[in-house]
Ligand binder design. Structure first.
Ligand SMILES: [Zn+2]
Length: 413
């Protein structure tokens, strides 16, 4: 049986947009979600200009209204319409969706437990709306050593002991880790493996780990990473609506999780491309700490043994990212990081001509090889999946950085 909330969700609003340039009509079907406002955009199927519209929703009174669209106008008649587009800001759209079926009707049975999804989604949305701004305030106070304001913002401590710089960093780090866990597909198992590596390096070789922390502090890398991580997480929060339907798929029964059968209704390639690139670069820098921890555990040294002798962690950091996986693969945590370090995709996405192709729903990337340019395509849904997987690995790697930062006494310089 459907609850009343689900019954409301069955609603799709049907309306017709007339392109401001070529006067083609497109029928837009908007699946009503839970937000106060839904924004959707697409390219005119005839002339390719960007058309977008906003739907305002009054969830309490179950009423709605459209704003004036961008590059189009609302018209009454569907006669002569050249296409039908279905939009949802919460749900994946079945690739073979037939008008008039609604995405909700076709996907809600896919959930393992829709209440678990609803709970998690509410937590994520609260974090996007309020939690992240609080984290940003806490980070500013921490950076400025403004601990009175930090403590006021953080609220009453959990223990009786007076907070220290390290305990504040730990509390803030744990709060953010807990919140961002919800944005990843990481399993409990991956987190406990990382926690085990950190426990091992702390208990077995505290001196070397302390040396590594001091060298990161002296070189300014602790502060640089602190900023980069804040930027990547902030970008994830801002761009969450572009990925949310895909994350929802992870709450489905496994047999339904077939990326080739579902589409994201809104394509936000330009924004997500930057998220991908920044996350990739930061993850590669974080893998230096990951490898550092492993060299300490395995070789009781800050140098990585190689065929010709050894290399320092600085040498490793300076290596092209494409070669780094060769080193990471020597260690038992490689499956957590190497699979997402796809340098070819990173460079292809970073190429200035990379773009989204609406006709095929693909991302078009370019690869330069011996003065010739090779094209590579990737379905848009799969590209978004890569962004989520990369972010998941980034969150695992960030735990190493937090441990190192605590080892450095919480100092930023
Ligand atoms: Zn047009």
């Amino acid at each position: 049986m459907l609850s009343s909330a689900e019954s409301e969700l069955l609603m799709t609003i049907r309306a017709v947009l007339l392109c401001a340039s070529c006067e083609s009509k497109t029928v837009v079907r908007t699946q009503v979600g839970h937000r106060d406002k839904q924004e959707h955009a697409f390219k005119c199927p005839n002339c390719g200009i960007d058309i977008s519209y906003v739907l305002d929703l009054d969830q309490k009174n179950v009423s709605w209204s459209f704003r004036e669209p961008h590059n189009a106008k609302w018209v009454e008649s569907e006669e002569g319409a050249i296409g039908v587009r279905t939009f949802s800001d919460e749900l994946m759209i079945p690739a073979d969706l037939q008008d008039p079926w609604s995405p909700f009707i076709l996907t809600f049975r896919n959930f393992r437990d829709i209440d678990v999804y609803r709970h998690d989604e509410t937590v994520r949305n609260m974090f996007v709306e309020h939690g992240w701004a609080r984290c940003e305030r806490l980070m500013v106070h921490f950076e400025n050593a403004n601990f009175d304001l930090f403590d006021k913002e953080a609220g009453p401590p959990e223990t009786q002991e007076a907070p220290t710089v390290v305990s504040r960093l730990e509390a803030l780090g744990a709060y953010m880790e807990g919140a961002f866990d919800g944005f990843t597909l990481n399993t409990e198992g991956s987190y406990s493996r990382v926690a085990q590596r950190i426990a091992l390096v702390r208990s077995g070789s505290a001196t070397l780990f302390g040396d590594l922390a001091q060298s990161y502090l002296r070189s300014g890398k602790i502060a640089a990473l602190w900023r980069q991580i804040r930027d990547v997480r902030g970008a994830m929060v801002r761009n969450y609506p572009a990925l949310q339907p895909l994350l929802q798929m992870s709450y489905w029964h496994r047999e339904h999780q077939d990326l080739s059968k579902f589409l994201l209704s809104d394509k936000r390639f330009d924004a997500l491309r930057q998220v991908y690139i920044d996350c990739f670069e930061t993850l590669c820098r974080l893998t230096v700490i990951v490898v550092g921890v492993e060299t300490i555990i395995h070789h009781a040294s800050l140098e990585i043994p190689t065929k010709k002798g050894s290399m320092t962690l600085e040498d490793f950091e300076a290596m092209p990212n494409g070669l780094k996986t060769g080193i990471i693969d020597k260690y038992p945590i490689s499956d957590l990081f190497s699979p997402v370090i796809d340098t070819k995709l990173r460079n292809g996405i970073g190429h200035n001509s990379a773009h989204y192709e609406p006709k095929t729903d693909e991302v078009i990337c370019y690869e330069t090889k011996d003065a010739t340019t090779v094209t590579r395509t990737l379905p848009y849904t799969e590209f978004c999946d890569r962004v989520l997987k990369l972010f998941a690995a980034f969150e695992l790697a960030e735990r190493y950085r937090l441990a190192l930062h605590m080892e450095a006494g919480g100092a930023l310089k």
